[in-house]
Unconditional design. Structure first.
Length: 137
């Protein structure tokens, strides 16, 4: 599905529902294995580390660090006037868990690998998209 400005919205599934809707309660919900306590993303029905099927969403802190980024200068969609930053952020809870997202509320020239960021949510229809902004000192 797409919003009126052309942004493609995710398909919500039974496994991904908590992730895509947690933002309506200002919560970043990431799957976690109850057996080995590993964080899992994207959400799936079993832990890839220990193979336990006892997995489900848990609230993460919403804090992360920029692991990689790209600055886009092309006007692909009206909802995203350039320049904007597409980034991979690694969760503070487990740096091996990374989310691909957009960085907001920041000067694109100030973005750097290792920068501390925190989640904010963009509510669109039936999903709350997790975006990240720099942590204010």
């Amino acid at each position: 599905m797409a919003d009126p400005e052309g942004r493609m919205l995710p398909e919500v599934t039974a496994e991904s529902r908590a992730f895509w809707t947690g933002g309506f309660e200002q919560e970043l919900r990431i799957y976690r294995c109850q057996a080995c306590r590993s964080w899992i993303h994207p959400p799936v029905g079993a832990c890839w580390r220990c193979r336990s099927r006892d997995v489900g969403p848990e609230v993460a802190s919403g804090r992360a660090k920029v692991a990689a980024y790209s600055i886009n200068h092309h006007p692909w969609f009206p909802a995203f006037p350039p320049p904007y930053v597409v980034a991979a952020v690694e969760l503070d809870e487990d740096p091996s868990v990374r989310l691909t997202t957009c960085l907001v509320d920041c000067d694109v020239d100030q973005v750097e690998v290792g920068m501390a960021v925190e989640v904010v949510f963009d509510e669109q229809d039936d999903v709350a998209l997790p975006l990240f902004r720099p942590v204010m000192a």
